[in-house]
Design a protein around this ligand. Structure first.
Ligand SMILES: *Cc1c(COP(=O)(O)O)cnc(C)c1O
Length: 461
């Protein structure tokens, strides 16, 4: 096609909005069947994805056909994570206001690297930072960077920790790198999340040279087994074990680490939000004593993917580590997002995050956290009444379920994953297989849970 004609045709699509209407009706159809369709796509729907295996087209296609392919074959193979019966991993749904806000911001297509690139994205980053620091009870002045998820948030926080510990030793990592630098000790619980090890390996601290703290039967670090710490130590604490949902004894660990002058990071991907409710705040007691935190808004908070948050008490320490300069970069007196994150160009996730927080307010956020916990407890008690073994103390939103034998657990999990009626993942807990249920969606109701318990019973029996 002649390039001029192609541009005219594309401009017409932008102006007449037919494509957007088409996308809207596909989206509405998805929303309407979310509650009654399979939670997991059928084997046929997944098989149909083969249609995407084709060579890159030689010439421009028909935009309506492109979108239709997504709206039919694509949509049929989507996993209903935003519904009420998805309990896999720790996923979280999304609120209507956040989805709608994201649609709007997608239309704006803002780049949040610099204030001059997007004053609205910068303003909302500033507001979200203030609100999150406040609602979690973190020290005033704590800075937040908005990244894709906790994996990146942890990398950022550990980079800051590494750089600051070395700076105190008179070693500038930016200039000199790590070769010949004074050693940094890293202390973690034996059940630290895999993303912590990934971060350690990324940033040159190594995942095999960490000092492990043994854990109790819920996966919590045993405080009395904490080694002596010093000012060259990075202690990584967990608020929310990815299997059991348990929280390390944060307050005691922080006190000991502070006394020694160690850097404290808290991985609170889904658990940090416990601080937002009076009923669960005790689990996070002492978090304000840490130096850095990482959390996901796309899990417990039910903000859309992708939304991770790195928080650092010393705002200058965060910007020192994330800084970049180039002749064309135009910093301002206002918030320049790229000073807080590794990326330069970055989507403006602050927009839908703000919409979520503004919609929920303090009490809405607290009720969300309470609801997830109450639903998890209800789920566990129903399962227990039906003869399932609940292998963890259900303190937050995670439930570990076992049958009378490991084989039966494995069989039941396979059957329920094949049923399509709900979705849970599996894990290994104390050397035995377990069905892992994470109640993380605002959509889940007591009726959903009753249905799911029934399905679990049928799969087992
Ligand atoms: C999910 C999770 C992570 C990783 O977060 P992503 O957003 O998936 O990158 C890290 N730590 C814990 C405890 C988690 O639950």
């Amino acid at each position: 096609m002649d390039s001029n004609l192609f541009q005219c045709e594309t401009k017409r699509q932008w102006a007449d909005k037919e494509l957007f209407e088409q996308a809207k009706s596909h989206a509405y159809r998805y929303i309407d069947r979310l509650s009654d369709a399979n939670v997991y796509p059928s084997a046929e729907a997944i098989d149909a994805l083969r249609i995407f295996d084709e060579p890159m087209p030689d010439s421009p296609g028909d935009a309506v056909a492109v979108l239709d392919l997504l709206g039919t074959v694509g949509s049929d193979a989507a996993v209903a994570q935003s519904g009420g019966k998805y309990f896999g991993f720790v996923c979280g749904s999304l609120y209507p206001v956040a989805l709608a806000g994201k649609w709007l911001s997608d239309t704006w297509d803002q780049n949040s690297a610099l204030y001059v690139l997007s004053p609205i994205a910068a303003k909302l980053e500033e507001v979200c930072e203030k609100w999150i620091v406040d609602v979690l009870g973190l020290p005033e002045g704590t800075a937040a960077g908005f990244v894709s998820g906790s994996s990146v948030a942890i990398i950022c926080a550990l980079v800051v920790a590494r750089n600051e510990i070395l700076l105190r030793n008179g070693w500038d990592v930016h200039a000199r790198g790590l070769f010949g630098a004074p050693p940094i000790r890293v202390v973690v619980g034996t059940q630290a999340h895999s993303s912590v090890y990934k971060a350690l390996s990324f940033i040159g601290l190594g995942k095999d040279r960490v000092e492990f703290v043994p854990v109790d039967d819920q996966g919590r670090m045993l405080f009395e087994k904490l080694p002596d710490l010093d000012a060259n130590t990075l202690l990584i604490i967990q608020a929310g074990n990815v299997n059991s949902g348990a929280f390390d004894p944060i307050d005691a660990l922080c006190d000991a680490a502070r006394k020694a002058g160690a850097w404290i990071h808290i991985d609170g991907a889904f658990g940090l939000w416990a601080a937002a409710s009076e009923n669960t705040r005790h689990l996070t007691r002492g978090i304000e004593k840490a130096d850095s935190w990482s959390a996901d808004a796309h899990k417990t908070l039910n903000a859309p993917y992708d939304c991770g948050i790195v928080l650092v008490k010393d705002a200058d320490a965060l910007t020192r580590s994330m800084q970049a300069t180039a002749s064309y970069v135009q910093y301002s007196e206002n918030r320049d997002g790229m000073l807080y994150t590794p990326e330069m160009s970055r989507r403006a996730r602050s927009i839908e995050l703000w919409a979520t927080l503004k919609y929920l307010g303090r009490s809405g956020l607290a009720s969300l956290v309470d609801q997830l916990c109450e639903h998890a407890k209800y789920f566990a008690s129903r399962l227990s009444r039906k003869g399932f073994i609940i292998a963890n103390d259900v303190v937050f939103n995670q439930i570990l379920v076992q049958c009378e034998s490991p084989e039966k657990t494995r069989e039941t999990l396979a059957k329920l994953q094949n049923s399509g009626k709900l979705w849970c993942g599996g894990t290994v807990w104390k050397d035995l297989p377990a069905i892992r249920i994470s109640v993380c969606s605002w959509q889940t109701t007591y009726e959903d849970i009753d249905d799911c318990v029934q399905t679990l019973v049928e799969c087992r029996d």
